[in-house]
Design a protein around this ligand. Structure first.
Ligand code: TPW
Ligand code: MG
Length: 541
């Protein structure tokens, strides 16, 4: 078998379902094999950041590696930010970069796309991936690919594969699937004992689920565990959307000062908070009304379990959940489809549109027509998503890179085959909105709601005096037809409702609704966040 075939077969065997990419001369031979072999479908986009975001979203949706194929230098380095985001948010993206051939590298000339040395790119990616391989040795390539893909899955983090262009057609063996590392059964049993003792002794135990639960495909098992343990469940901010399709006793999402005060009080008052796959980040915990003492929590993350002052190393999340399930007798708490009190009852009048109206309209829509997966960008659209019913959600909830929403939505549609709803601010749309032009040829038809406040409004909430947060009024709706979609600009709640109804009914091309939102009008969640942060900072001052 040729090396490129081996690689493609291995990607598929490890669960990858498609490749996003942009070729260049160092990657053309590999792209030729991708296209002609048909092992995995190829979706080319317009700019590498979007390739990275789409592959990241596909990885999140598939719970399997998402593949981003690019050319050396100008291509791969354009994707650094997206891959860093995937690293931070535990998304298993496989970066495959073309590279100069082995012979060219030896010729001593500076090669185009070379930054400082030929190794610069490899070293840059070392910082934002958990494993790097250069496939310059056909005999060792299968083992190296196997190890990289195994780590991509077991650590749920990006890996970097560099493929010199003259190695694509070299003969090489097939890639094996490596077995998972063995788990120490004694340590696991002791850990489970300790967790169950802690939970049993607690007055108000609670389970918080985070992104790793999804990354490792554990949502159904964790929902069952929550019911067997009779534990109320919340998601972290980053874990928003988790367990949406299960019957877990889900109360909502912990957002600290920005969230529902009753739910915040319950989480912060819990004497045994079980954090399952929750990343300990500022966006998940930094907005706490009162500091959560992590020493009183049980934390299962990154293949470790920490209770109080000690840690059980090398206990993968899946093994822990399975062991707990085996030990807990089926004392099932009643299922609950609790969706919390998310705003409903949209009024289609002539008042201007605010972000909360959008949440209301989407909630009514999903009640009437079923849930849609959502991809959201950073900005008030992300806070608005917290006011929308629990549904599958991809969002850069921690790394918070703007530009994620539109390409991630394309990745969701490619991966899930379902029509997504994309929520994006005007500032973020300026970054990657153009990528919608790729919908037509792949038959994607997302519904895109642009929150156009002609503003970097999130930044304005921190620093209202700065005029640079004013953006110009770009007419995004007018651009839609040129990109192969349909667009409409709306100012009132009546117009918005009509536009949403039309968008839902019209299939086959993307539907862009440009909701004109007055500057200074915030979603309920962002308004609570701003008020809460001010309260905390005046208390500290
Ligand atoms: C790649 C910093 C965070 S929020 C924001 C900026 C510039 C303004 C977003 O404006 P938008 O949404 O999209 O119109 P809204 O609701 O606030 O009006 N560069 C990158 N990522 C981030 N996070 C920033 C800058 C930022
Ligand atoms: Mg804006």
């Amino acid at each position: 078998m040729k090396l490129a075939h081996s690689l493609l077969q291995a990607l598929r065997a490890h669960g990858a379902q498609q490749i996003f990419g942009i070729p260049g001369d160092f990657a053309l031979p590999f792209f030729k094999v991708i296209e002609e072999s048909g092992v995995l479908p190829l979706h080319t986009l317009s700019h590498e950041p979007a390739v990275g975001f789409a592959a990241d979203a596909a990885a999140r949706v598939n719970c399997a590696p998402g593949v981003a194929a690019v050319t050396y230098g100008a291509g791969a380095l354009n994707m650094v930010n997206a891959v860093a985001g995937a690293y931070a948010e535990r998304s298993p993206v496989v970066v495959i970069s073309g590279a100069p051939g082995k012979g060219e590298a030896r010729a001593g000339l500076l090669l185009h796309h070379q930054a400082k040395t030929l190794d610069s790119q490899y070293r840059i990616f070392r910082e934002i991936t958990c494993e790097q391989v250069r496939l310059d040795d056909a005999a060792r390539a299968p083992a190296r690919i196997a190890r990289a893909l195994a780590r991509c899955r077991s650590e749920s983090r990006p890996v970097y594969i560099e493929l010199p262009r003259d190695m694509v057609g070299v003969e090489c063996g097939a890639v094996d699937m490596l077995p998972p590392d063995p788990v120490d059964g004694d340590a696991l049993a002791a850990c489970v004992d300790e967790i169950l003792e802690r939970l049993a002794a607690a007055k108000a135990p609670m389970l918080m689920v985070g992104v790793e639960v999804r990354r490792f495909g554990l949502e159904d098992r964790v929902a069952l565990l929550a019911r067997r343990l009779g534990l109320p469940v919340v998601t972290s901010l980053m874990g928003r959307g988790l367990l949406a399709g299960t019957d877990a006793p889900l109360l909502g999402t912990y957002l600290g000062v920005a969230g529902d005060p009753g739910l915040t009080e319950r989480v912060e008052g819990s004497d045994a908070l079980f954090l399952l796959g929750v990343i300990i980040s500022d966006t998940n915990f930094g907005v706490s009304a009162r500091q959560i003492d992590l020493r009183h929590t049980i934390r299962a993350l990154d293949g470790e379990v920490t209770l109080g002052h000690h840690t059980y190393a090398a206990l993968p999340l899946a093994a822990l959940v399975d062991a707990l399930l085996q030990r807990v007798t089926p004392r099932l708490a009643p299922p609950s489809g609790a969706t919390g009190a998310y705003p409903r009852g949209y009024v289609a009048d002539d008042a201007p549109i605010g972000p909360s109206d959008i949440a209301r309209a989407v909630n009514d829509l999903m009640t009437a027509r079923g849930r849609m997966p959502i991809a959201t960008d950073v900005g008030d659209c992300l806070f608005t998503a917290m006011d929308i019913d629990h549904t599958s959600l991809v969002a850069p909830g921690y790394y918070a890179s703007m530009g994620f929403g539109v390409p991630a939505g394309l990745g969701v549609q490619a991966a899930a085959g379902e029509r997504p709803l994309i929520l994006v601010g005007d500032g973020a749309f300026q970054m990657t909105g153009w990528e919608l032009g790729n919908c037509r040829r792949y038959g994607w038809d997302p519904i895109v709601i642009v929150f156009n406040n002609a503003s970097w409004e999130m930044l304005r909430t921190f620093q209202p005096e700065s005029k640079f947060n004013d953006l110009d009024d770009w007419n995004f709706a007018a651009v839609a037809p040129a990109l192969g979609g349909e667009g409409v600009r709306v100012h009132t709640r009546r117009e918005f409702k009509a536009a949403l109804d039309h968008a839902v009914a019209a299939r086959g091309r993307f539907q862009l609704i440009e909701a004109m939102i007055p500057r200074g009008v915030l979603s309920d969640t962002l308004a609570r966040f701003v008020a809460g942060v001010k309260r905390i900072s005046t208390r500290q001052a």
